[in-house]
Design a protein around this ligand. Sequence first.
Ligand code: HEM
Length: 327
Amino acid sequence: MLTKHADISWVARNSQIFSADEPPSPSSQTSPDFCWPSDLAWNTPATDRKLPQLLGAFLTPRTMAALEKSCRALATRSVAQFVQRLDEHGEADIDRHLGARLTLAAVRELVGAPEQGWDDPANCHETSESSTDAEYDRQTEALHQHVAALVRARPTDPPPTAREVDHAVAGLLVPGCRTTRTAISGGVRALLEHPAEVGKLAANPGLVSSAGEEILRWTTDSLQLARGCTQDIEIRGQQIRKGETLVLWLRAGNRDGDVFPDPDRFDIGRFPNPHFAFGGYRGHISPGANLARVQLRATLRALLPVLPTLELLGPTAPGVTAVRRRA
Ligand code: HEM
């Protein structure tokens, strides 16, 4: 396991020696104190041989750049709907009523799936609390079917198997929706837990970019990455054999005091901020990084006028993202 920033960065940059395509070694999967997380699913090689082939068309810098423009409008509209809900119901949930909807809409736009009624403000507030998740599931399932049809239609030889199609759909929808959603809801929550930072942001909206980076460092949705060693090598005096798997603890690297002064402080002005939220800093990173950054910044900008008026609802237990207006 690697937890130091310097080690993670070095391993992530040297993909010749530390490969994402190597199968996880049996010892890394059976260790009693380590649960092989689903977060690593896209790094397991059983089927992702075809992932770039099957998903590549959606993830080119050109498609991403085109989407970034419309994402600003999507974020503004989603925040407006969130505020409408907040004012009509007296409370709203950043995760369910903002992050989930915005990220689903962005991926829908990315793959050219038809809009759903959810984006219509008239429908938005009519959904009852108990049916909100069912509606989200229905829309996710519709998107799943849409992406699966596109993947099946890719001219690959041989054509993708059913398992490969499923893997490819998950390989787009899980990182495309879940990670940015976590950053939005975890980020707003972190801000509300640190009112002084909200004050700084309100006084200086130019801090939106650095606030976004600090939110990415703070929330780090992808906890670990796996890399297989393609040769024997020594790291910090420890011998690693060819075929063994290294687990890169991104979240630990993001709290390494050697790189981040006062690492457990949430500081929206932090600079530089060489975090690993998107994978190896300056190495291979998430193809959705720019898109996620645009969504996050646009959301913060659109939320800024109401942010100082919000407070978390109820106990500050992990994952609580419901908010209301301050009295
Ligand atoms: C805050 C938001 C996001 C975070 C924190 C995040 C994080 C990550 C990380 C850590 C990886 C593994 C990189 C590696 O193996 O070195 C990854 C891969 C991936 N991400 Fe993201 N991501 C985010 C947003 C997105 C978005 C919006 C999309 C697409 C719409 C996306 C698509 C992908 C895909 C397809 C992969 C696997 C392919 C590859 O590694 O090249 N991600 N992401």
